[in-house]
Ligand binder design. Sequence first.
Ligand code: ADP
Ligand code: MG
Length: 249
Amino acid sequence: MNMSHELRTPLHAILSFARLGLDKISAGRGDPSKLQHYLGRIDQSGERLLSLLNALLDLSKLESGGMAYEFAQHDLMEVMRPAVQEFAALASNAGVEVSLKDESGGHSRAWVDAGRIGQVVRNLLSNAIKFTSPGGQVCIALRETEGSADMQGRRVLQVRVTDSGIGIPAQELEAVFHKFVQSSATRSKAGGTGLGLAICREIVQAHGGRIWVESEPGRGSTFIAALPVSGTSSGTRAGARSEAVNIAE
Ligand SMILES: Nc1ncnc2c1ncn2[C@@H]1O[C@H](COP(=O)(O)OP(=O)(O)O)[C@@H](O)[C@H]1O
Ligand SMILES: [Mg+2]
């Protein structure tokens, strides 16, 4: 991970294009189309820096236990649906078809922070669309499963985001959840922050859940966020800890 490089690159671009523009103007050569090009680059790099900073601030709050979670009973289908609708335009521009499936057998409620789980769903959808070629498919499904041993046999709801995209090499399935890591299959499609999945993992773990990916390189990937329906004592603790932080602030 190379955080200072990630932050400096867009900032350098902003400064150099600003100076270039200023120099042109002082030399009496403020050609509007040139200046427009410089301002466009400044705007683009500023946006990138802003999204990077927002992601970094989110992550540091999540990692320090300073995130204030608001747990309540929510229907996860109603958390997923607006996220899917939000991405409809992006998906259709990318030529990717997105579908939503309820495989929960009518048991779609869980003890979650709806805003944060919505953030997880949005991160997973944006990746699935980004790494799938035109003509491909993305499916997001909610599935009820038996709680596995590591979730103490509690009932579990899986949010499953499946794409028919580029896939992830077997030896990188764990690393993609680390900060700033991008898989070797997608490095050429860079432009993201490499923080989305690290943020997803922090949020899911604060719910007492688990997130992982299964993939067949070249055929597609399925990201699975497994959430215990009844919430978790560690989730409650995270909430209590962040409340204490907020009061102290
Ligand atoms: N659906 C996917 N298909 C293929 N690769 C993916 C997918 N989702 C994530 N990845 C890989 O994991 C990396 C990390 O994802 P993420 O943390 O969301 O960062 P970003 O989207 O900013 O690159 C991506 O750069 C990509 O290499
Ligand atoms: Mg991402």
